[in-house]
Ligand binder design. Structure first.
Ligand code: AMP
Length: 146
């Protein structure tokens, strides 16, 4: 998928937003959804997407929707830090197939990092089981600032 391709309304995140396929949600409001990456690169890998924008990449998103999404990322990252106590956090975002993107609905990754644990490669992590992801999502949600 090039940077210029049209938005596919049947991409997997659009289908999650419409409730057509399941996701392990951390929190959501009218503007954003935070949910667990089902192929986590580290424990507690969370994805953030806009509900209102059909931007595929950072280049396309409307400034208001981006502001909501980055604030949601900041809020969720604080909760991840409080709940899981990582030594660091990577915030990642990929644009276009050549840029490493695999799902073409703009999203931010929050990937907790620990000094003594390696991170799995992007696109090379095994699928996690739903119960494990649900338990992590509940811990992160409980640590959200109101
Ligand atoms: P990117 O490669 O930046 O487009 O990231 C897409 C991310 O979506 C990857 O980290 C995948 O592991 C993740 N992913 C793919 N399908 C699902 C799904 N059904 N639920 C949750 N995460 C997914």
């Amino acid at each position: 998928m090039t940077l210029k391709a049209p938005y596919d309304p049947d991409n997997i995140f659009a289908r999650i937003l419409r409730g057509e396929i399941p996701a392990v949600k951390v929190w959501e409001d009218d503007h954003v959804l935070a949910f667990m990456d089902v192929f986590p690169q580290s424990e507690g890998h969370v994805l953030l997407i806009s509900r209102t924008s059909t931007a595929r990449t950072l280049l396309e998103i409307e400034p208001d929707a981006l502001a909501r999404l980055t604030e949601a990322t900041r809020r969720t990252a604080r909760a991840v830090e409080k709940a899981l106590r990582p030594d660091g956090l990577q915030i990642m975002q990929f644009n276009g197939e050549a840029g490493g993107q695999t799902v073409f609905h703009l999203h931010f990754h929050i990937i907790p990092r620990w000094t003594d644990r390696s991170m799995k490669g992007h696109g090379h992590a095994p699928m996690a089981d739903t119960e494990t992801l649900r338990a992590l999502a509940d811990r992160i949600a409980a640590a959200l600032d109101s």
